[in-house]
Design a protein around this ligand. Structure first.
Ligand SMILES: Cc1cc2nc3c(=O)[nH]c(=O)nc-3n(C[C@H](O)[C@H](O)[C@H](O)COP(=O)(O)OP(=O)(O)OC[C@H]3O[C@@H](n4cnc5c(N)ncnc54)[C@H](O)[C@@H]3O)c2cc1C
Length: 376
């Protein structure tokens, strides 16, 4: 039986970020992925690396560190990364007031731009009732459908990294991992990066963890001719201002939340806020909704898709609203922590629950984890 320094269960972005950091430190790493390539949240997302959504201070710094690592992967030609930035759009006066308050706090790289400048920067924006927006230069676009696969492939070429696809780990005994086809491996350190699968390996730990699952419905439009080969920033609507915790320090938030709750309570019911991420082939990923815990069923709700499209039409203009693909994704979320990082015993650690920000945070969180480990 071969023995490894580090074994990682799960080849989503979180597992890959840990494998990358461990391999960089010269450790002998093995990664296990039960499918033939990752199919979880890491391929189902918007592909937005979104530091602007993180709270000022430590979390924003971790997101910026992740951003830096994504750019290094771009320089090494592992994945293509577009430094697209983002615009939060204001189509209501309370949204503009909140954005101005946020920018005046001076905690994030951001600036207020007027309506003309918003339109100059994105051909997608709905000009009707547009008041202006907040531009942030820090957001990145990566292709979520291919990024994890490319990173896994690149890691597998390193002499100290091995990846076992189609290998489901069903049991861990001391430092030994056992797969569903009865093979086994040993490692000094085992990291469980199983995403939303909280039940297979350590169900009792997860029950104690307070982690909750969250389901998001997503859409992709057909290619928009006007977007072909253009570079446009990610777009977020005013609804998004009530979603990301970075805005929670703004005193004007409560009034905005109350207006949305009284005008459109159905949006709060399904946790709907709208974002658009456009790709060089002209397609636009659109979303999203949030259903938690017992609300989650395997079936998508047409009502949610229709509400998202209704709200998207208020803030963006597509030439063709034909929806090419519909899907959902599930992530695990901890109510207080950016990630549930828990030591089960001397050998095994859980590292799950990066919520809706794993693409933004995974590389920075993993870097911090491995630095702390080498200090202790
Ligand atoms: C719809 C949606 C949109 C999102 N948009 C964004 C965004 O734009 N920006 C952003 O920063 N974040 C976004 N997120 C969040 C982000 O996608 C997640 O935080 C991140 O992908 C979680 O990564 P992960 O590696 O923990 O999980 P996953 O990607 O789910 O990977 C876990 C992997 O572990 C494997 N696995 C599990 N158990 C076992 C086992 N026992 N044996 C072997 N393999 C196992 C699974 O097969 C899976 O491939 C979004 C999430 C969703 C669902």
């Amino acid at each position: 039986m071969k023995k490894y320094d580090v074994a990682i269960v799960g080849a989503g972005i979180v597992g890959l970020a840990h494998a990358f950091q461990a391999a960089k430190r010269g450790l002998k790493v093995i990664i296990f992925e039960r499918t033939d390539q990752a199919e979880g949240a890491s391929v189902r997302n918007f592909g937005m690396v979104w530091p602007i959504g993180q709270n000022a201070g430590e979390l924003y710094d971790i997101a910026l560190l992740s951003r830096q690592i994504w750019l290094e992967l771009n320089d090494e030609k592992v994945v293509e990364v577009d430094e697209c930035g983002s615009i939060h759009l204001a189509h209501h006066s309370d949204e503009m007031i909140l954005l101005e308050e946020f920018v005046s706090q001076n905690t994030h790289q951001s600036e207020i731009i007027d309506a003309t400048e918003v339109i100059n920067r994105s051909v997608l924006v709905n000009k009707s009732r547009l008041l202006g927006g907040m531009y942030s230069p820090t957001e990145l676009r990566i292709n979520p459908r291919t990024a994890s696969h490319k990173i896994a492939h690149w890691l597998s070429k390193k002499s100290n990294v091995e990846i076992q696809f189609n290998t489901s780990i069903i049991k861990i005994e001391n430092n030994r991992m056992i797969s569903s086809d009865s093979r086994s491996w040993e490692a000094n350190k085992i990291m469980i990066c199983s995403g939303s699968d909280l039940k297979t390996l350590y169900p009792d730990e997860f029950i104690k963890s307070k982690l909750v699952l969250c389901k998001l419905q997503m859409l992709k439009s057909v290619s928009q001719r006007k977007l072909l080969n253009t570079q446009t920033p990610h777009l977020a609507s005013g609804l998004t201002l009530r979603h990301y915790s970075c805005f929670e320090n703004c005193t004007s938030l409560e009034k905005l939340k109350q207006r949305i709750q009284s005008e459109t309570p159905e949006l709060d019911l399904f946790g709907i806020h709208v974002l658009a991420s456009q790709f060089p082939n002209g397609e636009v990923i659109l979303g999203d909704s949030h259903e938690y815990g017992d609300q989650i069923t395997p079936f998508n709700k047409t009502e949610i898709d229709e509400l998202m499209i209704r709200e998207l039409k208020k803030v963006i203009r597509l030439d063709d609203w034909t929806i090419k693909e519909r899907w959902y994704g599930v992530y695990a979320k901890h109510p207080e922590l950016p990630v549930f990082d828990h030591r089960v015993n001397d050998c095994v650690s859980l590292f799950v629950g990066t919520s809706g920000a794993g693409m933004t945070m995974a590389f920075g969180l993993a870097d911090r984890y491995w630095n702390n480990l080498s200090r202790n």
